[in-house]
Design a binder for this molecule. Structure first.
Ligand SMILES: *Cc1c(COP(=O)(O)O)cnc(C)c1O
Length: 493
């Protein structure tokens, strides 16, 4: 019999465990290992990342942890057993509804995150249409091309066709195009406030009047903006109308775990009234385990994320959120002005809040090569496509690094200008490839394979930033050829 593999300190890959240790390890040792592994993570504490972590202040975080800990073992699954958590959820929804001007009619539930809020909204509109408009067999929802990918996920999960409407040159959805895409099978429209890729707020009043005219629901995805825009507006920034004050807006998703500064695992889905929310509920009376009722996707609902959200909203207060909004708006402005001042770069659209992206305005400057240079300098860069761009979401800590970032960015632009071959190394080829429509099937296949390797027993780490970024050699060669030909033509011109 082969000797059972030892998976203690002698394990070849530190931190990788292939089986539960036969004897429990000392807890301090486990914590030490975790801290060691954490050192390899993105350097968000140094304000080097512009996504993934929304950090208000260390003081607020410590408070959230305390509030989370108190209900660490609580379970929101059963509101009778945990009346405390039911109270917290009720209050969080009331506070959110009042912030979004929903009035007493507005209702909703907490969820585990923006994606769950969106999954639920799509399923709610689908099931409402099934009940009220049974002739619709193949429902569709019309969304801006810039909408969060969670809508495509929801469409796939719940068999609702997601139709993407084109954008105006400023990055907002084109409402005329949305109206032309409406079919007898359309059940809802969607707008974002703001959208993720370019930070623009869609023309919600226009979308709402189209929705009202055609008898459709209108969901506003305010996952990022929900807990930010109301405060920016309150302190005097001009924010176009987007919340329940706009007649025709029937639901809003707003994430607590982004600019709400709650612990992760907390978002909200709100509806104008119970005529929508009731289709979100799930009841099953035939289960041998008992009659089962559930307001949202999960069974077990972690108490900590509910309690921390309740506590966080109160600790921040209107003044805290407004102060935060002021810092974020001013910092975003410094970034946007600094970027616009660099020749060859431009900010996409005219984004009104702390979420925006920039691209190159000079065809000789490859955005992904700039991104690679910035990565090299220790920044965690979020690359986008259509157009190739770099994405930022601002938090108060970023006020401290604006100049460092801009300085590196200026160097990056100079470097890429003087090294046209930079597009062929690092991750630039992979991202360039993804922007290439005829090859998208191949890209998708490639990514699926990477995922299979990540989730097989070996558990390979993804390495998109490595040389060539996992792009098949033959494609790399074609890209090099194209680049060289491109240079020839340019020289000829
Ligand atoms: C973050 C985000 C989502 C998804 O939220 P998760 O909490 O990441 O699931 C949806 N829409 C927008 C606009 C977002 O920014």
């Amino acid at each position: 019999m082969p000797k059972k593999q030892e998976n203690t300190a002698a394990s070849p890959k530190p931190g990788r465990m292939d089986a539960i240790p036969s004897q429990g390890l000392p807890r301090t040792m486990i914590l030490e290992r975790m801290t060691a592994l954490q050192k390899e993570d993105v350097r968000w504490r140094e304000n080097r990342a512009f996504s993934l972590v929304f950090h208000q202040s260390d003081e607020h975080t410590e408070f959230l942890k305390a509030a989370h800990n108190l209900f660490f073992e609580g379970n929101g699954l059963n509101p009778m057993a945990f009346a405390s958590l039911r109270t917290f959820e009720h209050d969080v929804i009331r506070m959110t509804a009042s912030m979004l001007h929903g009035g007493q009619e507005a209702v909703g539930t907490m969820t585990s995150g923006g994606t769950e809020s969106i999954l639920l909204a799509v399923r709610t509109y689908r099931d409402r249409a099934r009940a009220l408009f049974p002739k619709i067999k193949k429902p569709n929802i019309i969304v801006p091309a810039s909408v969060h990918v969670a809508f495509d996920k929801a469409g796939k999960y719940f068999d609702v066709k997601i139709i993407h409407a084109p954008l105006l040159p400023d990055g907002r959805v084109n409402p005329g195009a949305v109206e032309r895409l409406i079919t007898p099978n359309t059940i809802a429209l969607v707008g974002s406030a703001p959208n993720y890729p370019n930070g623009m707020i869609d023309p919600i009043p226009e979308l709402a009047s189209i929705a009202l005219h055609h008898g459709l629901g209108l969901h506003v995805d305010a996952c990022i903006g929900g807990f930010f825009l109301p405060w920016a507006e309150k302190i005097g920034y001009s924010i176009p109308p987007w919340d329940f004050r706009v007649p025709g807006v029937t639901s809003i998703s707003a994430d607590l775990h982004k600019y709400g500064y709650a612990a992760k695992g907390a978002s909200t889905i709100l509806y104008r009234n119970m005529d929508y929310l009731k289709y979100q509920f799930f009841v099953f009376v035939d289960w041998p385990g008992g009659v089962f009722a559930s307001p949202s996707l999960p069974g077990t609902r972690p108490g900590g994320s509910i309690s921390a959200a309740w506590a966080g909203l109160q600790a921040m207060g209107e003044d805290g959120y407004q102060h935060n909004a002021e810092t974020v708006m001013k910092t975003a402005q410094r970034f946007k002005e600094g970027i616009a001042a660099i020749e060859g770069l431009r900010v996409l659209g005219n984004p009104p809040a702390g979420v925006f992206a920039y691209t190159t305005s000079d065809h000789r400057l490859n955005c992904y090569a700039i991104a690679d240079y910035m990565t090299e300098k220790g920044w965690h860069i979020d690359r986008q496509q259509r157009p190739p761009s770099i994405h930022l979401m601002i938090n108060p800590g970023h006020a401290r690094i604006v100049e460092d970032y801009l300085q590196d960015l200026r160097k990056a632009v100079d470097h890429v200008r003087s090294h046209p071959d930079a597009v062929l190394s690092g991750s630039a080829p992979a991202y360039g490839l993804m922007a290439n429509a005829p090859l998208r099937g191949l890209v998708s296949q490639n990514i699926l394979e990477i995922m299979e390797h990540m989730y097989d027993a070996e558990g390979a780490m993804p390495e998109l930033d490595s040389e060539g970024g996992g792009v098949p050699k033959i494609i790399l060669r074609l890209m090099k050829l194209r680049l060289r030909l491109g240079n020839v033509f340019k020289r000829g011109a």
